[in-house]
Design a protein around this ligand. Structure first.
Ligand code: FES
Length: 149
């Protein structure tokens, strides 16, 4: 399938933009500095913190780092749950939701069977989803444009 561009000019922290690539939703999320810092603190709560499972499918080599991304503040991820393919909901705020873990630092919640993912799309332990969300092949064309595919 054809590669698609995502314009990230002017994105604010906590903002998400979406494009469709090969019939899949691809999200770009600009993480806050606090969310970036949190990524190094929650390894123990994650099923595959270093994205070692099936990296060829889920995590390109340039995203095999604690951010799962090329630039720490920008996450690029396929917005599909690795359990049965529902689309998770972005939950950037902590607290309010009883279905979320304590001290939820933000991330993604799958409405179908309750899998939760962190702000790098890494699945929490003991959830139905077996794997981290997929980071699609992508590159920066400039500071404000990402090419997916
Ligand atoms: Fe997401 Fe089942 S499809 S938890």
């Amino acid at each position: 399938g054809a590669a698609v561009e995502i314009d990230i000019a002017g994105m604010q922290p906590d903002e998400m933009r979406m494009v469709e690539w090969r019939g899949k939703p691809v999200w770009v999320v600009r993480r806050t500095p606090e969310q970036v810092a949190e990524l190094s603190k929650i390894d123990g709560e994650l099923a595959d913190p270093d994205s070692l499972r099936d990296p060829a499918q889920f995590t390109p080599p340039y995203a095999q780092n604690q951010w799962r991304s090329i630039k720490p503040e920008y996450l690029v991820v396929v917005g599909i749950c690795t359990h049965l393919g529902c689309s998770p909901t972005a939950k950037f705020e902590s607290g309010a939701q009883p279905s979320l873990p304590n001290n939820w630092p933000g991330g993604f919640l799958c409405p179908c069977h309750g899998s939760t993912f962190d702000m790098a799309g890494r699945v929490f332990k003991n959830k139905p989803a077996p794997d981290n969300m997929e980071v699609p092949p992508h590159m920066y064309l400039s500071d404000t444009k990402i090419l997916v595919g």
